[in-house]
Design a protein around this ligand. Structure first.
Ligand code: GLN
Length: 309
């Protein structure tokens, strides 16, 4: 039976209290500005498919979206670019490597999927070609639509911090350029990619994003019927990097994490979940975000592969 909003709120409160006890992980600092985050911030938000919100903790605290941007960038490309061009540029298979690894990229000569840096940089290039000088404006309009808010801002400090230190992303983009997988200049693609990563969001925004994907195209957000299916499938297999298999087993619905501690999850036909907690595990996913979703899934019976009588 579908829980009432009151029952859902009670579950969010219980999950918040339990997941708060998880003390593992570390705040990422390879982008220096991110290292300043307060490890104690923690918020959980659930958005049901009617837009109803249940939340606990620091759900209004802004942080940069980081890799969760890859979900929106990919969706935007699926909606606005030539599908064949996307398929030619980026595969949809897990990498078995870190999110910023270039080891296999050199041998494979193509990004493995749009949820890792190489894939997202290649997708960003397609968007830059599609929208030209207006690329930031056009893509941010799409971000605003999926996040359910009009007043998006970029954290310029985080953006500058990443652009000035992100040599590995530069190496990745150069490798993509070498394989003729970027049409635009490396610096221009990296700038747009880093701006997308520096968009400020809250746990509530990430819950809304999950809910918008969970509606599978309802409410007129998507113009192509299979955009959500594409995005959710790739989130399921690649969204949690090398934790994707464990996540599929323990939690059982699609999700995407970001290095600043955000996490969005989408339970098709049911709800979106947004979590923020900066300490991340060695693969770059929020430790409390993991714990919270595991509990939400089991308490509400949301695992997609559990047979329901
Ligand atoms: N902007 C970050 C980077 O490119 C995003 C990584 C992440 O969130 N996992 O390294």
């Amino acid at each position: 039976m579908k829980p009432t909003p009151e029952e859902l709120q009670q579950i969010v409160d219980e999950v918040y209290a339990a997941a708060r006890k998880e003390s593992g992980g570390e705040v990422a600092s390879y982008i220096p500005e991110l290292g300043k985050a307060d490890a104690n911030h923690f918020g959980i938000s659930i958005c049901d498919l009617d837009g109803g919100l249940m939340h606990a903790g620091d759900t209004d605290h802004p942080f940069t979206i980081q890799s969760i941007s890859k979900v929106i960038t990919y969706a935007c490309a699926l909606e606005t670019c030539d599908r064949e061009a996307i398929d030619q540029r980026v595969d949809i298979e897990p990498t078995g490597e870190d999110f910023d690894s270039i080891i296999k990229l050199d041998r494979h000569q193509r990004p493995f999927n749009p949820m890792v840096n190489a894939g997202a940089i290649a997708i960003t290039d397609l968007l830059l070609s599609r929208f030209g000088k207006n690329a930031l404006g056009a893509t941010l309009e799409f971000y605003a639509r999926l996040l359910g808010r009009a007043d998006l801002e970029i954290d310029e400090k985080v953006f500058n911090s990443e652009v000035s230190t992100g040599k590995k992303n530069l190496a990745t983009a150069n490798l993509l350029k070498h394989f003729s997988l970027l049409d635009n200049e490396v610096d221009d693609v990296i700038e747009l990619y880093c701006r997308h990563c520096s968009v400020l969001v809250t746990a509530v925004d990430l819950a809304r994003l999950g809910a918008n994907l969970a509606r599978a195209g309802g409410h007129g957000l998507f113009s192509r019927p299979d955009t959500c299916r594409h995005v959710l499938s790739v989130m399921m297999t690649c969204g949690m990097y090398n934790d994707a298999g464990q996540w599929a087993l323990d939690v059982g619905y699609p999700a995407k994490s970001g290095i600043s501690g955000g996490m969005t999850a989408s339970v098709p036909g049911r709800m979106g979940v947004g979590v923020f907690s900066p300490p991340v595990n060695e693969l770059g996913s929020s430790v409390r975000g993991w714990a919270a979703n595991r509990l939400i899934s089991s308490k509400l019976g949301l695992h997609l592969f559990t047979c329901k009588e």
